[in-house]
Design a protein around this ligand. Sequence first.
Ligand SMILES: NC(=O)c1ccc[n+]([C@@H]2O[C@H](COP(=O)([O-])OP(=O)(O)OC[C@H]3O[C@@H](n4cnc5c(N)ncnc54)[C@H](OP(=O)(O)O)[C@@H]3O)[C@@H](O)[C@H]2O)c1
Length: 280
Amino acid sequence: MVQHLRSNTTLYNGVQMPWLGIGVFKVEDGDDLVNAVTTAIQHGYRSIDTAAIYQNETSVGQAINACIQNGAVTREELFITSKVWNADLGYESTLAAYEASLNRLGLPYLDLYLIHWPVEGKYKEAWRALETLYKEGKVKAIGVSNFQTHHLQDLMREADIKPMVNQVELHPYLTQQELQQFCGEHNIQLEAWSPLMQGQLLNHPVLQDIAQGHNKSVAQVIIRWDLQRGIVTIPKSTKQHRIIENAAVFDFALTAEEMARIDSLNQNFRVGPDPDNFDF
Ligand SMILES: NC(=O)c1ccc[n+]([C@@H]2O[C@H](COP(=O)([O-])OP(=O)(O)OC[C@H]3O[C@@H](n4cnc5c(N)ncnc54)[C@H](OP(=O)(O)O)[C@@H]3O)[C@@H](O)[C@H]2O)c1
């Protein structure tokens, strides 16, 4: 069972990845982001999820490096994820994109590098590049994002190394049970993005009812539901009190009945693009 903010899942290659991290989508480079990442690290977060397309790797790296320099944390204790954007999918271009992300972050390596979206006809070449980075020891783990089961099957038919992580949209309206089953069978760690459905589920009566019973917030209940399902998650907040709140999920447990009630909210509803029908 996941016991605290430093609890890790072990990826199939042995790398330790925190169950809970912080995401930074839609936060611009600048003081607010530096402060949010610094606050998260100071309050015990060790995993930070960014991407080249977020155009905020510079501030994320600034905060991380300041925390390392002032002794709050070591690089080895942190777990930093970034993602190669669609325009850079290709063998050489993905290798170059990785170096560019490292430069912006000011880091010597990443813990996890992901293919951001399964662009048809492009992701296999990009995956070869991720395999090269991994084999050369330049990144600790490699994975994908927004891959459906058929994308994973297609990739794994030719891959030398299967993905260690698949990061997908996942929340009570999109519970991804079948994808979780498939990833579990292949030892691919499932990770939830937009776990809070970008803040749009916080008034849901069923979730509020469960939250009241535990004297917790709806956000905390959803995060706890992810963890109890064995899903890594990365809720985003730039507010100090919410960064702290979202990590205070280790002092209560949902019952099997409560877990089932949340599971039953599924509507296969997406706030983000459909991985089988996107045009970017
Ligand atoms: N791989 C992909 O394609 C992909 C796509 C989308 C996102 N992601 C990753 O997943 C991370 C999380 O997803 P997300 O940012 O889309 O959405 P999210 O984490 O589901 O929700 C974030 C929203 O909820 C609010 N919030 C956070 N904690 C709260 C709390 N305790 N109470 C009330 N409101 C709260 C935040 O506002 P405040 O900031 O004002 O607190 C923000 O508006 C992203 O940051 C990114 O790292 C990946």
